[in-house]
Design a protein around this ligand. Structure first.
Ligand SMILES: O=C(O)CCC(=O)N[C@@H](CCC(=O)O)C(=O)O
Ligand SMILES: [Zn+2]
Length: 338
């Protein structure tokens, strides 16, 4: 491995768009933007899939950033043979440098929008990342190749379930895929939340704009660089390494340990008077009793009406207009229907 990793160069401000070149083993590589790098096999027509792996969309979520750093360096060292086209993205580089979720605005609320002339740093970066993803998929030699986008995150607080995926609402006429859920299980992600609304996240954008199988994946909780030893990402590492090497598993069944939930409701925060009745740092997947007044917002109560509800991503600190969390319920019938 080289002395300085691509991540280290990125954090030092030393990556910018460059000319394409070939590694000694024939893999083509090009830096497309700060923290954005593409690898292609020497004969791209042989690749069976196109893969986007993003991380650091939130700058304090470092465990997946360290995983992606290792994947990139193993390609440079020829310990991973590139048989698929792969685009790696370190999302919010400025926030990664500061160790903060964002600088001006939460980038994962800024995808799937139209640009405006006074867009700030994170809005412009989100737009550029969407463009890189669009160009990457559309420049594939075969448009029918499977497209994947795994957007890797960690949760802000603790979680009763350490690893889980958010599956964006499919486009009209499309449905959630049991095969993709089974693939996530191979990657060590055995809990999947089915979204029920459109959203402004990176994974939603890649699915809706570019037809990629796209997921937001939560891998433990947010810690500074170098403090992620307790999060075991070996299955995710092995899964992504296999995809990079052109091995696409085709699991027939969703394993029995897989749990599926659906998002029942977003918890809207409309005013600065929003208050949770629970601790704002409550663990993800904590059960919520039916009838509980979960929050009060400008005098209006938000009451739990669902059976078996649980809370995800409680965050009373978000600005008014954003969600302060999600209420999920078991989607017991989902697997029976597919
Ligand atoms: O722990 C939290 O409160 C947030 C963790 C996180 O960044 N989650 C993503 C989920 C995106 C999605 O719903 O697909 C986010 O909030 O952007
Ligand atoms: Zn995140």
């Amino acid at each position: 491995m080289s002395d300085t990793t691509f991540l280290q160069k990125t954090l030092a401000g030393e990556t910018a768009m460059g000319l394409p070149y070939c590694l000694s083993h024939g893999t083509a590589v090009q830096v497309l933007d700060e923290g954005v790098i593409r690898f292609e096999p020497s004969d791209a027509t042989q690749s069976v899939l196109d893969l986007v792996i993003s991380c650091g969309i939130h700058g304090n979520e470092t465990a997946p950033v360290e995983l992606v750093e290792q994947l990139i360096e193993r390609i440079f060292a020829h310990q991973l043979r590139v048989k698929s086209r792969v685009l790696f993205i370190f999302g919010n580089v400025a926030a990664l440098r500061m160790g903060q979720r964002f600088v001006e605005e939460d980038m994962n609320r800024l995808f799937n929008r139209s640009p405006e002339v006074d867009d700030g740093m994170e809005k412009r970066r989100a737009m550029m990342l969407e463009m890189h993803v669009g160009r990457f998929f559309s420049s594939s030699d075969a448009q029918c190749k499977p497209r994947f986008h795994y957007d890797l995150h960690t949760a802000i607080h603790g979680s009763l379930i350490e690893k889980f995926a958010i599956y964006p609402l499919p486009k009209p006429g499309c449905s959630f895929s049991a095969t993709e859920i089974a693939r996530l299980s191979l990657a060590g992600v055995d809990t999947v939340l089915l979204q029920s609304t459109q959203s402004s996240t990176f994974s939603f954008s890649s699915n809706h704009r570019y037809d990629a199988q796209a997921f937001t994946i939560e891998l433990g909780s947010a810690r500074p660089f170098g403090q992620n030893q307790s999060i075991d990402l070996s299955k995710m590492d092995a899964y992504l390494s296999a995809l990079i090497q052109g091995e696409l598993p085709v699991p027939e069944l969703v394993p029995p340990q897989v749990q599926i939930f659906r998002v029942s409701r977003e918890i809207p925060k409309t005013s600065h008077d929003f208050k949770f009745a629970i601790d704002g740092k409550t663990d993800n997947f904590t059960p919520l009793a039916k009838g509980l007044t979960l929050a009060v917002d400008a005098g209006v109560p938000f009451v739990i009406t669902e059976d078996d509800a649980r809370i995800i991503f409680p965050n009373p600190e978000v600005p008014p207009g954003q969600r302060a969390g999600l209420v999920i319920v078991p989607a017991r019938d989902f697997l029976a229907q597919v």
